[in-house]
Ligand binder design. Structure first.
Ligand SMILES: [Mn+2]
Length: 283
């Protein structure tokens, strides 16, 4: 918890008011356009989505990207970036993004993106969107399999070699992009993050919404009246992509299908200032 509060304390703050409207997306896992590239089928949708957002400007202030933009576990950046279509993806992100959160699959992507026109200021480990929303990738600081060190090395090695081999044999029906799910299922990282929401809300004496990527499983879970955990989903599922539309009053979690059809997954109404209560004394 201490580490999480430290992340929150260090996080840059972006204003959320009547003049702002943000879009949040996450986990596109842009890859080298081979058979394992699950984003490749959505690139057309990505471009029309980004154009749609650009048309909404100045109504939309910008895009927050929840991490794992590219999959550097599976491909080298130069093999990803040599494809023209991926170069266009990164140029759209560069033109629209407010902040990019670092993910476990692309923790060092900033070093590559800075060489193609991004600035260090575009990246963060966590960011505040207004007073109540804290956005981060979601693996840190609780995911012991993604904390770095020897365990992470073993997990990455397993993903890179064994997992793919099991998939080829048809022994595992899961996507390699959902690799984070298996260890998460054992330690149930999402439940830990829900407890973290309670902890953060108590610490800051206001309801905190923790908005994360990483799990690829879009949904809103309220945390015993203390705030909520919002999973932004991903851009690697076969039939649809997910995103959040954020203004100063609410967060709307949306799913968009390849045919452009949209559907609302859920809404979280942000608290008014008058709703804020002192959680330190209990609900
Ligand atoms: Mn991740």
């Amino acid at each position: 918890m201490k580490e999480l509060i430290q992340m929150a304390e260090n996080a840059p703050k972006c204003p959320l008011n009547e003049q702002t409207r943000y879009i949040a997306v996450t986990d596109s896992h842009v890859n080298k356009r081979d058979a394992r590239d699950e984003f490749a089928c959505h690139t057309g949708l990505f471009f029309s989505f980004m154009e749609h957002i650009q048309n909404l400007i100045p109504k939309v202030t910008g895009v927050f990207y929840g991490g794992d933009i590219a999959d550097l576990w599976e491909a080298r950046f130069k093999d990803i970036y040599k494809h023209n279509v991926n170069q266009r993806v990164f140029s759209y992100i560069r033109n629209n993004v407010v902040k990019i959160l670092r993910g476990n699959h692309d923790r060092k992507l900033d070093q590559h993106l800075i060489k193609i026109g991004f600035t260090l200021n575009d990246f963060a480990d966590a960011v505040w969107i207004g007073p109540n929303i804290l956005m981060m990738h979601g693996d840190r600081p609780f995911d012991v399999f993604n904390r770095g060190g020897w365990l992470t090395t073993v997990v990455r090695w397993f993903v890179k070699y064994i997992w793919v081999f099991l998939q080829k044999l048809g022994l595992d029906s899961e996507s390699p992009h959902e690799t984070s799910k298996r260890p998460n299922r054992i330690i149930n990282l999402k439940s830990i993050l829900k407890l973290a929401v309670v902890g953060l809300s108590k610490h800051y004496k206001k309801p905190i919404v923790l908005m994360v990527g990483h799990f690829h499983d879009a949904g809103i879970e309220t945390c015993r009246g203390y705030g909520a955990l919002i999973d932004l989903g991903c851009w690697t599922h076969k039939d649809s992509v997910t995103y959040a539309d954020i203004d100063d009053r609410k967060i709307v979690l949306m799913r968009m299908y390849d045919n452009g059809k949209k559907e609302e997954i859920g809404v979280y109404h942000l608290p008014n200032k008058v709703d804020c209560v002192d959680f330190s004394v209990g609900p």
